[in-house]
Write a protein that binds this ligand. Sequence first.
Ligand SMILES: Cc1ncc(COP(=O)(O)O)c(C=O)c1O
Length: 509
Amino acid sequence: MIELSPEELGRLGNQVVDFVSRYFAALGDLPVFPQGAGPEKLRRLLDEPLPRQPQGVEAAFADFLDKIVPNSARVGHPRFLGWIRPSPLGAAVYAEALAAALNQSVAVWEGAPAATEVELRVIEWLKEMTGYAPGAAGILTSGGSMANFACLLAARSAADPQARSLGLSGRTPMTIYLTEETHYCVPKAAEMMGLGRQHLRFIPMDDALRMDPQALRAQIRADRAAKLRPMAVAATLGTVNSGACDDLSALGQVCREEGVWLHVDGAYGGLAGLAPEKRYLTAGLEAADSLAFDPHKSLFIPFEAGCALVREPAHLPAAFSMETSYLPNTELAEAWPLSAGADEPGRPAPFHFRDYGPQLTRSFRALKIYLALKTYGVEALAGEISRQYRLAAGLAERIQAAPDFELLAPVTLGIVAFRYRGETPDGSADPEAWLENLNACLARGTPPRGQVFLAGTRIRGRAALRVCFVSYRTREEDLDRILDEVRAAARDLILAEAPARSGLRRNSC
Ligand SMILES: Cc1ncc(COP(=O)(O)O)c(C=O)c1O
């Protein structure tokens, strides 16, 4: 018998609920990262034989509490600010368990009737929230990487409808346009769809790290003249490094005039338009051919939840639909927009998500978004997104006012890229190289007191610290603390290096 009795299930459920509420309440007082949890220690901790005999509910849960919880990154901590990892919404956390209990595979309608319809409804709502084209079709994905991949594969299908049957070998290469600030999932998507990295075109950027539309146009024309096939421009709404937002109207105009697909990677910034003061950044989004964005970033939905949207619905099944004898296909004419068919005599045809993306078995991701939107309401979520942007602006102001810090990129949304630039030690032969080394060291890890987690990156070749505001638990008073922790970490590094005098040794951190 492997079915837990109702009593056992109830007891376990109570323990889980108790854990979640206690964990959330305690998070802010814990170090932001587990202390001393290296790979060696964790491997030893988990090194045990395959459990052939039952250890029981209590022991298994105790294992989770003793081994896994203390050694997990404290995502959800008010100062877990490295990378774009949000504090998950409580209602959405429980929705994960509810979805698992129903265990729907949202692939064909008959196998998941309500889940299919909930996902369709959630996609309608997400379109409205992003300000994207109302007639667009979409699908929920594991995250931004897969959403970008799905959109770019739709672009490839549109550029070359025969690519699926003929393959790409021996045919005119297709090119993709991006910048050095584009997320690496775009080059990876180009590789995965067989375009080849040599056909990526990195377009110059302006001072605000936005793609230069004139340089883009020139490159597209040069590629056409060289008998290549310009396939898609990958614009970004909210870059991973600094939250920079490309000028979608200007890029859209180039794309229209040159006949190239405009894709927008809005994985992080796709919901910027929910904040009224940032809506201007999304001008031109509605005309893009596709949009990828992540409810598991700025919407505080627990991982995994991405979304791929394509303005012309037929482009997704053109890229993914496949006939089989054992599963039905979606009747395209009746699929989008959703209301078509509903008003007509007869019934709308069943919709099968298997035709709209790469997966067959798909989890009921839509439920956590559906229940979160109903629980909190879009206005409160939009207010929280605005507050995150204000926190970023507040940190930027402090950095600009502080003589020992420097912003490395304009702050557009909720990401702040900066560096420490305190005094260089007397006798330093090359102060700039010294600062560069120091910041590379700082960017490599959590400051040792464990009070804040920042990530590192490089902006225009310089080592940068990066703060991403996506925790609804972060408060105004955390802002000074962030800078104080970096100052303290810098002081520690400098003291540790005092004997070297002339500068930090490159490998010393
Ligand atoms: C701009 C951007 N695009 C794409 C991605 C990839 O998204 P995911 O990690 O959900 O696959 C990220 C992740 O941070 C991102 O910031």
